[in-house]
Write a protein that binds this ligand. Structure first.
Ligand SMILES: [Zn+2]
Length: 261
């Protein structure tokens, strides 16, 4: 076992409280939608969402589901004007291959619209982009961390051109049950926890990102109600692309285009 695998097993095994295994639980050949290589997908931990890794690019299943849906619903994505909020390692492909790609992160200490290292500073809930700036807006595992997701999806809709798409992932942990708040902001700006605080890893914040909402499938109706969009949930299971596990749904929302006569 090389050092990278050892480190990864230590981290994920420790978090899940599971013993390391000597052989992978799952080990299949396939084509990776993130690195576009013939590869192997291997999992050493039963929580496949975080552990079923492409041995070439180390992508996880939700990232491979995202790129698979992107190619299907928006095959000309490389030619479009694209905004991605809070990109992750797998976003390198978007940054390299899109002709017009803007990455944003949010640092409240920097001026809105200012420049950070490799990204523009934007609050997804109150953006400085002009109306109709983008053909495609991407959010990968962002919406479960927002305090005002209604404002965020309205802003995404505002900055999309007619006919434009929002494509995103979020863990829809509640499935068919109603979405529930885990945390909210009070009138004085403090964070009020309505459930045990839960954090996900954040590449620009060692503390991680607080999970504010456990979403269910009703997120599609929520996006449509607050963004005026038309949202479909794509649920993929395809071992040949390394897509297997829980919470891999991809959301595709379209902004209506005016009718053509
Ligand atoms: Zn890969």
């Amino acid at each position: 076992m090389n050092a990278r695998w050892a480190l990864w097993r230590l981290r994920d095994g420790a978090r899940a409280g599971l013993p390391a295994t000597q052989t992978p639980l799952l080990d299949v050949e396939g084509t990776c939608p993130v690195c576009d290589q013939e590869t192997r997908f291997q999992a050493w931990d039963p929580w496949l969402r975080d552990s079923f890794i492409c041995v070439r690019c180390h992508s996880v299943p939700r990232q491979r589901a995202f790129y698979t849906v992107l190619e299907r619903v928006c095959p000309n994505w490389r030619d479009l004007e694209v905004h991605e909020s809070s990109p992750s390692e797998s976003s390198g492909k978007l940054a390299r291959e899109c002709r017009n790609y803007t990455a944003t992160q949010y640092d409240p200490s920097l001026p809105p619209g200012g420049q950070g290292p490799g990204w523009r500073n934007e609050n997804l809930e109150a953006q400085t982009f002009a109306d109709g700036s983008f053909d495609l807006v991407i959010t990968q595992d962002v919406f479960e961390h927002l305090f005002e997701p209604d404002r965020a999806i309205a802003e995404i809709a505002r900055t999309l051109r007619p006919g434009g798409l929002h494509i995103g992932t979020a863990p829809l942990a509640r499935a068919g049950l109603p979405s529930v708040r885990r945390a909210r902001r009070t009138a004085d700006g403090a964070v009020e926890h309505l459930d045990q605080p839960l954090h996900h890893a954040n590449p620009i914040d060692e503390q991680g990102s607080l999970v504010t909402i456990d979403w269910g499938y009703d997120i599609a109706d929520y996006f449509d109600a607050h963004g005026g969009l038309n949202t479909t949930i794509h649920a993929l299971d395809d071992l040949s692309r390394g897509i297997r596990g829980a919470l891999l749904e991809v959301l595709v929302s379209r902004k209506a285009a005016p009718p053509t006569l």
